[in-house]
Every structure is written in structure tokens, then in C-alpha cells.
Design a protein around this ligand. Structure first.
Ligand SMILES: Cc1cc2nc3c(=O)[nH]c(=O)nc-3n(C[C@H](O)[C@H](O)[C@H](O)COP(=O)(O)OP(=O)(O)OC[C@H]3O[C@@H](n4cnc5c(N)ncnc54)[C@H](O)[C@@H]3O)c2cc1C
Length: 400
């Protein structure tokens, strides 16, 4: 999402009222309690979904990655280091893919304003690739220097959904000027993603995503999830600032869908098939005459060896070590990848586990109760038990 989700409790009363009115129209086979009446003929549920073959033996890979979270939001300022002008473009938390086009367009404007036309980009993840492409479109000659390339960058280990306010900053830093910047980045990115729909390999597509709950007091899957304790809340910006870009959700009463006596809410979500998408970005960058060089910088002083005077720094979590920027906090996230199933075009969220139907491998993830899940945890060892728990939780929906 990152966490496609985030969740916020809504009033149980509203869900309960909806349930009653929905059940009244259900006819035989469904009791008002939401339980099936065994004596009545079984009704065909109104929502039908092809079943998912979810089981731990189908897991192909478990990956762990650290989101580059900064309490004050991404860093986009200019820094002069020796003879080099550095435009920073890092620290996008769980929203790096989602905000990439908008954030990189701001970094590119700043880099072009230096007057340079031969520009270096450090990093080849979501932010480096979009910076490189947008620099080319602005008329610059670009070389990307990076230690690792996709699929061996952190960006390649993301969930792959449009989640522009996922762990993007703390609420206390969501000032009017930050909100205006974020809205600009989110709207720009959203519009750019519309130009990438319908391409071979489906780098970008829209999916249905179902929030499944055992009680009527369902969570809102499109809002940030505030911590239950005293820790400061993460900013919750989507509904407030770009609500017009978010399609309405729809509710399904127990018995009107394949998951028994549970409550369902359907959302529409943009999804990125990251293997195809990253390849598209790289091949477009190379086709436009861009160059990619493998290079590792141990300190900013190493930039002196580059011929370019203007650099965009898109090193993501790597900026913490490279620039000694301890404001970059790791937020651990683990994905269990499973053999793709081409007929599955819907995602699910149940009991703090998310499932996303990526074409390049089904993605299961424990997202936790709130956005502090994985906070300040830089460990990257895969946890097989967590992966199996994620898969079994979603599999359990099909056995009831
Ligand atoms: C589990 C998980 C799920 C996520 N899901 C989503 C999602 O669904 N949607 C979303 O929008 N975001 C999501 N994110 C967040 C997203 O992955 C990040 O915000 C994004 O990847 C950051 O991209 P980046 O380009 O800044 O960094 P990276 O992808 O880390 O790229 C950094 C680049 O810089 C290079 N580099 C770093 N240091 C050096 C150095 N010293 N010298 C040379 N090169 C260097 C690296 O090799 C790499 O090429 C998720 C994150 C996690 C962990």
C-alpha cells in the first residue's frame, strides 16, 4: 500500500442500518441475522467472484523492504555540495510509486532552473526513473547512476497500488503548504497514470478491491489508520484533498456475496504491475537516449567524480546512509508472492491482511492494525510464518 488500505472505524450503526435494508430485499434463503436458512433453497449470491487458489505451498517468494518514511514528508530542497547542485527527491514513505510523477516533476523543474542540460540522476527506483524520463521530456541529456537496478531496488518490492498518502508524513506536519504540495504531486501523478492504462502487459490497471469484515462496523479501507495509543497520527489526506478522484464504494450485505455472513465493501483501486511497469520506464528512458551506469557513492563527496554539475538525488532509503539523514525512518513491509492466477482481477482486505491480484505474482501482506506496523524496523529477513499467516487468512474466506 502501499497498504492499499489504511483503515478508519466508521459507526456500526450505519453499517447495521444498511444491513437491515439490504436483507429486506434478499428474499428466501437469507435470514435477517445474515445467516443462511438451511430449509430454504440456496440463493445464488448477487456478487460472484472466481475463487482464489490460495495456499502456502503456492508461495514463490517472500520479500522484505523498508519504506523511506520522513515525519515531515519527502525532501525536495536544493543543496550545494562543493561544485554540485543537488536536488533532493527522496523520503516518500509508502507512496513512492503513487507520487512519483508529481514529485519528480517538481525536482525536474528545480534541476532545469539551474540552467544545466546535462543532468545526473542518482538512483534507479520509482523516483529516479520518473526523474530521468521527465528530464528528457524537458530537453535534458540524462545519465542515471545507481548501485542497483530494477528488479533489485526497493521499489520493485512494493505492493503496487496507488496509495498517495500512505505513510507520507505525520499529521502534525500536514501544514497548508505541505498539503498544497502533496495535492499537486498526487493530482499530477494520477493524471500521468491515466496515460499508462491499456498498454501491453498492463503496467497500470484498475481493479475492484473488497474490504471484508466480520462485523457491521466495517473499516474504511481508503483512510489512514490512526494508532490506538498516544503516538502521533499519520496524515490522512486523500479524502480531504483529492476526494473527487476516488470512486464511490459500494456495500454488499451478508449472503449477497461469496464470503458467507460477512460484510463487504467494494472500492475501485489503481494497481501497478511493477515488473512490466519498471521495464516500460527503463526501455522508454533508454529509447530516448538515456544512459544508465552502475555506481555506488559512499559519501556525497564522491559526486565530485561526475561530470554533471546538477544532480537529482533519488536514493530513497539509501539517502539515510549516504547523506547521514536520520530523519529517514525505515518502515518494514513484507510481501508473500504467489503463482499468478489470470482470472483473478479483484483484491481483498480481511483481518489486517491485504491481497492484491498482481499479474506478475499475487501479493499477500500483513498490513497490521495501524500505520505503525513495521515502524523503525530495518530488518529484512523474511518471516515465513508471517507470510503463511497472510495467505491462510485470505484462504480462510473461501472455506466458510
Ligand atoms: C512493503 C512495501 C510496500 C509498498 N507499497 C507501495 C505501493 O503499493 N504504492 C506506492 O506508491 N508505494 C509503495 N511503497 C513505497 C515505495 O516502495 C517507496 O516509496 C519507493 O520504492 C521509493 O522509491 P525510491 O526511488 O525513492 O527508492 P528505491 O526504490 O530504494 O531506489 C533507490 C535507488 O537509489 C540507489 N541508491 C541508493 N543508495 C545509493 C548509493 N549510495 N549509491 C548509488 N546508488 C544508490 C539504489 O540502488 C536504487 O537504484 C511500498 C514500500 C514497501 C516497503
Amino acid at each position: 500500500m502501499d497498504n492499499p488500505v489504511g483503515r478508519r472505524r466508521v459507526l456500526a450503526g450505519a453499517g447495521a442500518a444498511f444491513l437491515l435494508s439490504a436483507l429486506e430485499g434478499c428474499g428466501p434463503g437469507i435470514l435477517k441475522t445474515g445467516r443462511a436458512d438451511a430449509s430454504a433453497p440456496r440463493l445464488q449470491p448477487s456478487l460472484q467472484l472466481p475463487p482464489l487458489h490460495a495456499s502456502p505451498d503456492r508461495i514463490t517468494r517472500i520479500t522484505v523492504c523498508t519504506r523511506p518514511f520522513r515525519a515531515e514528508g519527502p525532501r525536495l530542497d536544493l543543496e550545494q555540495i562543493g561544485t554540485k547542485t543537488i536536488v533532493h527527491n527522496y523520503g516518500h514513505g509508502g507512496s513512492g510509486w503513487s507520487l512519483s510523477w508529481g514529485s519528480s516533476s517538481i525536482a525536474v523543474q528545480k534541476a532545469m532552473a539551474t540552467g544545466a542540460r546535462d543532468i545526473a540522476v542518482i538512483g534507479c527506483g520509482a523516483l529516479g526513473l520518473t526523474s530521468g524520463l521527465l528530464l528528457q521530456r524537458a530537453g535534458a541529456q540524462v545519465t542515471i547512476y545507481a548501485k542497483d537496478l530494477p528488479p533489485n531496488v526497493r521499489s520493485s518490492l512494493a505492493t503496487g497500488v496507488w496509495s498517495p498518502d500512505s505513510r507520507i508524513c505525520l499529521e502534525e506536519h500536514a501544514t497548508p503548504s505541505f498539503n498544497a504540495l502533496w495535492e499537486r504531486m498526487a493530482r499530477h501523478s494520477f493524471q500521468t497514470y491515466q496515460t499508462l492504462l491499456g498498454l501491453p502487459g498492463d503496467p497500470v490497471e484498475f481493479i475492484d478491491y473488497y474490504g471484508v469484515s466480520d462485523d457491521a462496523g466495517a473499516d474504511d479501507k481508503t483512510a489512514a489508520s490512526p494508532p490506538a495509543d498516544e503516538r502521533p497520527a499519520f496524515a490522512d489526506l486523500k479524502r480531504k484533498l483529492i476526494g473527487d478522484l476516488i470512486p464511490n464504494s459500494e456495500e454488499f450485505a451478508p449472503g449477497s456475496h461469496p464470503f458467507g455472513a460477512r460484510y463487504l465493501k467494494r472500492y475501485t483501486m489503481m494497481m501497478f504491475n511493477l515488473s512490466a511497469y519498471a521495464r516500460l520506464l527503463i526501455s522508454d528512458f533508454l529509447a530516448n537516449g538515456g544512459k544508465i551506469e552502475i555506481a555506488e557513492f559512499r559519501t556525497p563527496a564522491d559526486f565530485a567524480a561526475l561530470r554533471q554539475a546538477t544532480l537529482i538525488n533519488a536514493t530513497g532509503y539509501g539517502a539515510r546512509a549516504l547523506f547521514g539523514d536520520e530523519s529517514v525512518i525505515p518502515v518494514r513491509g513484507q510481501l508473500a508472492r504467489m503463482i499468478p492466477q489470470p482470472d483473478i482481477h479483484y483484491g481483498l482486505d480481511y483481518k489486517d491482511v491485504s491481497f492484491v491480484p498482481r499479474r506478475d505474482g499475487l501479493v499477500f501482506q500483513v498490513v497490521g492494525e495501524d500505520d505503525y506496523y513495521g515502524y523503525n524496523d530495518a530488518t529484512t529477513a523474511p518471516d515465513r510464518a508471517e507470510a503463511e499467516h497472510a495467505v491462510n487468512t485470505i484462504a480462510g474466506l473461501y472455506n466458510s
